[in-house]
Design a protein around this ligand. Structure first.
Ligand code: NAD
Length: 475
């Protein structure tokens, strides 16, 4: 852990073994912090913020250091990608994209913070008004295991750019790239106490961050149930709050879509990162007339996905992140069968040669689903696709919106006007037309309904880490 500019273990000496999900082997031993360690990190962040060594630096100076962080991270791309893959499971080529995205995210916010952010307004003379943006203070950042590095950077980059001090808590099962990132902060010269890293469980370290009256903002990415707990804990001192939660995103394919392109993206939408993506297209909505032909091609293509260790050449799908998570995914598959879904493909754990202890699950596709089934309603967070059908445009919108979640949605059609009509009716924060999973630092990321509160990335993402003050001057 990195607290107040020092590398430290847990005060009570606890550790946790970090496993490679492709083979179950131990790859690292991490500190397992407790609430007390979180309190030390919070105090350190508080002192650094109040001292102003970061919060009061000119934005160009903060930008200079964040650009230096980006450069160092870029130089170590291969090392970070390999760490991410061996601790989390995703194919190496996906990890490389994540590192490149993280580098770009630091650069985006380093650039953005040097641009004017306030406003000037005129009211009744002689008063002149100004609106200024200021850092919120101490930000607790809690992130999940599916993009350990990138989800951390989506929060750290805007929080630091805006002048806040931070305490990061990665997922307890995937802390390794966060540790390396904090080495870079130290080398780049981020002032002591500004950036703190505490490792440990959600119920202890995470809960302390969410509850502490010395934390001004909590930014959380993770499951909706955890988000609810955090929101309650954060209510004590009315923290600013940003919640990026789960999804059950519909990917709608109309009969007039480019067929092969829609098949390609339907596979990518659900099987990228083994389906462990908040915005995964886990519900495929097919226009009735193309169902049979589409499903046949989809299954044929899904059979060809190359499954293996993330760091093996040519792997397209790796293992799930942990044994516990694999059991959860397999449980949903059983539920899907029991509730009457028709299993078209997969459904089993895979014991690959030489990787018998790995947490591999076959690409799994269900059709003939109904709106009340668990596999249609609940976030599985694995390589499990539920196919639904619709009759026409308005039916597609109805089926798509029939969810507690509202994170993302895809629409495939060759009719541009129809595509726009449909996305405007979808209750989702991120929509894609004839594409899927594109993520841009410039564009706001977040969900409607139970998929979250607030937006990450873009100018919205920076705004989230600032307070807004009006200054009225009697001239
Ligand atoms: P999770 O909610 O179990 O855990 C996320 C983080 O919260 C971890 O660091 C965990 O230790 C911590 N935590 C757990 N209980 C806590 C508590 N009581 N108080 C404070 N912190 C606590 O989620 P996960 O299984 O790690 O990740 C998967 C989830 O993340 C999925 O639901 C996925 O949709 C979501 N996610 C959302 C986005 C998005 O942008 N909307 C992006 C990635 C992942």
């Amino acid at each position: 852990m990195y607290i107040d500019g020092q590398w430290v273990g847990a005060r009570n000496g606890s550790t946790r073994e970090i496993l490679n999900p492709a083979n179950g082997e131990i790859i690292a031993v991490a500190a397992e912090g407790e609430a007390e360690d979180a309190r030390l990190a919070i105090s350190s962040a508080r002192r650094a913020f109040d001292a102003g060594a970061w919060s009061e630096l000119p934005p160009t100076e903060r930008a200079r250091l964040l650009f230096a962080v980006a450069d160092r991270l870029e130089q170590r791309t291969e090392e970070f990608a390999l760490l991410e893959t061996t601790s989390m499971g995703k194919p190496l080529r996906e990890s490389r994209f994540d590192v490149a995205d993280a580098v770009a995210c630091f650069r985006y916010y380093a650039g953005l913070i040097t641009k004017p952010m306030g406003q000037v307004y005129s009211v009744a003379d002689p008063v002149q008004g100004l609106v200024v943006k200021e850092p919120v203070g101490v930000c607790g950042l809690i992130v999940p295991w599916n993009y350990p590095l990138l989800m951390s950077v989506w929060k750290i980059a805007p929080a630091l750019a805006a002048g806040n001090s931070i305490v990061l808590k990665p997922s307890e099962i995937t802390p390794v790239t966060a540790v390396s990132l904090f080495e870079i902060f130290e080398e780049a010269g981020i002032p002591q106490g500004v950036a703190n890293l505490v490792l440990g469980a959600g119920a202890t370290v995470g809960q302390e961050l969410a509850e502490s009256e010395h934390v001004d903002m909590i930014a959380f990415t993770g499951g909706t149930a955890t988000g609810r707990t955090i929101m309650k804990a954060a209510a004590g001192n009315m923290k600013n709050i940003s919640l990026e939660l789960g999804g059950k995103s519909p990917n709608i394919v109309f009969a007039d879509a480019d067929f092969e392109m829609a098949v390609d993206y339907a596979l990518f939408a659900i099987f990228a990162n083994q389906g462990q993506v908040c915005a995964a297209g886990s519900r495929l909505l097919l226009e009735e007339s193309i169902h049979d032909r589409f499903v046949e091609r989809l299954v044929e293509r899904a059979r060809q996905i190359r499954i293996g260790a993330g760091d093996a050449e040519g792997t397209e799908m790796g293992p799930l992140v942990s044994e516990k998570h694999m059991e959860k995914v397999l449980h949903y598959i059983e539920l899907g069968k029991r509730e009457g879904g028709r299993l078209l493909l997969g459904g089993q754990r895979l014991k690959l040669k030489g990787l018998e202890n790995g947490y591999f699950v076959e690409p799994t596709i269900f059709t003939d689903t109904t709106a009340d089934m668990s596999i249609v309603r609940e976030e599985i967070f694995g390589p499990v696709l539920a196919i639904q059908t619709f009759k026409d445009e308005s039916d597609a919108i109805r089926v798509a919106n029939d969810s507690d979640y509202g994170l993302a949605a895809g629409v495939f059609t060759s009719d541009g006007a129809k595509a726009l009509r449909v996305v405007k009716k979808l209750r989702a924060g991120i929509t894609w037309i004839n594409t899927y999973h594109n993520t841009y630092n410039e564009a706001p990321w977040g969900g409607y309904k139970q998929s979250g509160i607030g937006r990450a990335l873009g100018t919205f993402g920076l705004d989230a880490y600032t307070e807004t003050k009006q200054i009225n001057i009697n001239l």
